[in-house]
Write a protein that binds this ligand. Structure first.
Ligand SMILES: Nc1ncnc2c1ncn2[C@@H]1O[C@H](COP(=O)(O)OP(=O)(O)OP(=O)(O)O)[C@@H](O)[C@H]1O
Length: 293
């Protein structure tokens, strides 16, 4: 339903998108993860027909997002990363315009307003970040679209609103929508996404099911030593992180795991635990490789 096919858009050597491909099927959520400036919004902007690829293509359904941008927009609910409603309009003005433009259903609007309550009599310029985000979410989902493009959708929301948003995404996914979502918030990606891609410097460096990403990630171990001196001595040899008597250390290959076990056997250890892997471990590993931590 949503497809990027070998898409390249070069802003500079490391900025833009380089040979990026992925597909998002109906009834699934695809997560886009990556550090600031990785290219997530650039990919979403191509899908909205706001940018023209240098080569390759972005398509939604059977339509090319650049050449058929009007038809594409009719199929898409878009939540931009930066909300920029006109400052002098009230929330109500914005929802009235949306009603007119997208011929939305009153029931759907009522449900969304109940989920994300805001005082719509307030002008945009007086709204908090969270209020604007809730308004943008209501506006985006009022359109009962087959495709949703969500750029950091929970940014600025409080935990209760974040939870409600995730429930909404899961409901829309069950209704057969194809959803692309960029985020820096790993637990929400784990809860909602079927597939995810890690992007850095405009290139996809890993793409798999969430389960696959986690299964292939580095494994984290917490090891408690008899003394802080032993912890420091052990950590130095394996690049571990020392917290008192404890060392946290991660491994990705069988060789690394065997080296860890061999070294740890030279010390007196009071506990040895493996931490459950999560998406954050996958992500931070790829940040660290770039030397940006
Ligand atoms: N129109 C443009 N012209 C030149 N450079 C651009 C343009 N748009 C984006 N960039 C650059 O391309 C890179 C990718 O930007 P993009 O907004 O896609 O990142 P992102 O992954 O969404 O980041 P963030 O998590 O910070 O929102 C950045 O270095 C950005 O400065």
């Amino acid at each position: 339903m949503i497809q990027l096919h070998s898409l390249t858009k070069k802003f500079s050597e490391k900025q833009g998108l380089f040979d990026v491909s992925f597909t998002v099927e109906p009834g699934t959520v695809f997560g886009f993860i990556g550090p600031n400036g990785a290219g997530k919004s650039t990919a979403i902007r191509h899908l909205m027909g706001l940018l023209k690829p240098d080569s390759g293509s972005a398509t939604i359904g059977s339509f090319d997002c650049w050449n058929d941008s009007e038809r594409v927009k009719a199929l898409v609910g878009y939540l931009p990363g930066e909300i920029s409603f006109p400052a002098d309009l009230t929330g109500e003005d914005i929802l009235t315009l949306t009603r007119r433009m997208d011929k939305t259903s009153p029931e759907r609007e009522k449900e969304l307003r109940a989920l994300f309550p805001i005082d719509t009599s307030v002008k945009v310029r007086k709204m908090s970040k969270g209020m604007k985000q809730k308004l943008a979410i209501i506006r985006c989902f009022m359109k009962d679209a087959p495709v949703y493009l969500l750029d950091e959708p929970t940014s600025g929301l409080d935990p209760l609103m974040q939870e409600r948003f995730l429930e909404l995404v899961l409901k829309e996914k069950d209704a057969g929508k194809a959803i692309l979502m960029s985020s820096h918030h790993f637990p929400e990606m784990e809860k909602t996404c079927d597939q995810a891609a890690l992007i850095r410097n405009g290139r996809i460096i890993m793409q798999d099911s969430i389960e696959g990403l986690i299964a292939n990630s580095r494994k984290l171990f917490h090891i408690e030593f008899a003394s802080a001196e032993d912890a420091v001595a052990f950590a130095g040899s394996l690049n571990g992180h020392v917290i008192g008597n404890r060392v946290d250390v991660s491994v990705s290959t069988t060789d690394e795991l065997n080296t860890l076990l061999q070294k740890v056997s030279q010390y007196r250890v009071s506990s040895f635990r493996s931490a459950p892997a999560d998406l954050e471990i996958v992500f931070i590993h790829y940040y660290a490789e770039e030397g940006s931590l």
